[in-house]
Design a protein around this ligand. Structure first.
Ligand code: ZN
Length: 314
């Protein structure tokens, strides 16, 4: 794998402003979202999923999506991402000027119907339509399919490896630049993560995208490390572990950004994220969502005595 000098070894893609904020009841005021995103950027994060483009009647937390994108775009060198479930959302996101779109496509047939009321085949057609629109109005924008319920589904139970590979390959065939794997329901284990990323990579090669792991059963970091071991270099995480999935009952807690940064930096794997500044970014999150519980082992325990981050690039 070739990398530019001074480029961090891994890319932490912060999903808190989208995945986190859309799964809590309270709505963070727009000005607080700006302050929080500013703090995330100041800590060195280079990719942030800042919102989703969905009807405000379904997710009032995201009603200010276009405004949030506009603000995030004022930060140079940051890839501004948005989640879009359909063509209409994609059109709004592309018009707002995002750099990258994530489209959730379930590997589980049952979850697909529950989450977006479309079959998996219909979602692949949606990906194809979004790619076509992108080509017309914003050809530089990257499109990633996030293969959700890749490691199991709370509705149908087991999701076969074949279904995951088929869904990922179908999205690439439909024109997406990348397909990543999401443990939407927090059911993944490290052996499964290694096996599935290897199988998906065998099918779609370097179009294999991010690992989006949840900490529902305490295996979030172990699963990220397993993905790293088989060549994954982009990891979704959420500050304070905020977020989950409303259609996966009992599943909550994205991998905590602060803990993920600590793990990699402690191993000598550079993230480009300053550990002290990323911990400090919890303050504007808490200010914007008073009373909301947030998580993180490293922020609670503090950094080990004498611990130094090897490469501070922030
Ligand atoms: Zn998540």
């Amino acid at each position: 794998m070739s990398k530019m000098p001074n480029t961090p070894d891994v890319l932490i893609s912060e999903v808190g402003p989208r995945d986190g904020l859309q799964s809590v009841k309270a709505t963070m005021p727009t000005a607080d979202k700006f302050r929080w995103i500013d703090a995330l950027v100041a800590a060195g994060l280079r990719e942030i999923e800042v919102c989703s483009f969905v009807p405000a009647k379904h997710l009032p937390q995201m009603a200010d999506a276009a405004e949030v994108v506009r603000h995030a775009l004022t930060h140079r060198g940051v890839t501004v991402m948005a989640l879009v479930p359909n063509l209409r959302g994609a059109e709004a996101a592309l018009k707002a000027g995002v750099h990258k779109l994530t489209i959730p496509v379930s590997a589980s047939a049952a979850h697909s119907m529950a989450n977006v009321r479309k079959t998996r085949e219909e979602m692949m057609e949606e990906v194809r339509a979004i790619v076509r629109l992108r080509d017309q109005i914003a050809p530089g924008v990257k499109i990633e399919a996030g293969i959700s319920t890749a490691f199991g589904c709370t509705i149908q139970g087991e999701v076969t490896d074949e279904d995951v590979v088929w869904t990922a390959a179908g999205c690439i065939e439909a024109g997406a630049e990348e397909a990543g794997l999401s443990d939407t329901t927090g059911m993944a284990n490290p052996a499964q993560v290694r096996r599935l990323f290897n199988k998906v990579r065998a099918a779609i090669g370097d179009k294999t995208g991010a690992a989006h792991m949840h900490n529902t059963r305490g295996l979030g970091l172990a699963n990220c490390l397993a993905a790293y071991d088989v060549g994954v270099r982009t990891f979704d995480a959420s500050l304070g572990g905020l977020g989950g999935c409303p259609y996966a009952p009992g599943a909550s807690g994205n991998v905590v950004t602060e803990d993920l940064v600590f793990m990699f930096e402690a191993m000598g794997v550079t993230t480009g994220v300053d550990i002290e500044k990323i911990i400090a970014a919890r303050a504007p999150l808490m200010a914007g969502l008073p009373g909301e519980p947030i998580y993180g082992m490293t922020p609670e325990a503090g950094l080990p005595k004498g611990w130094k981050q090897t490469a501070r690039t922030a």
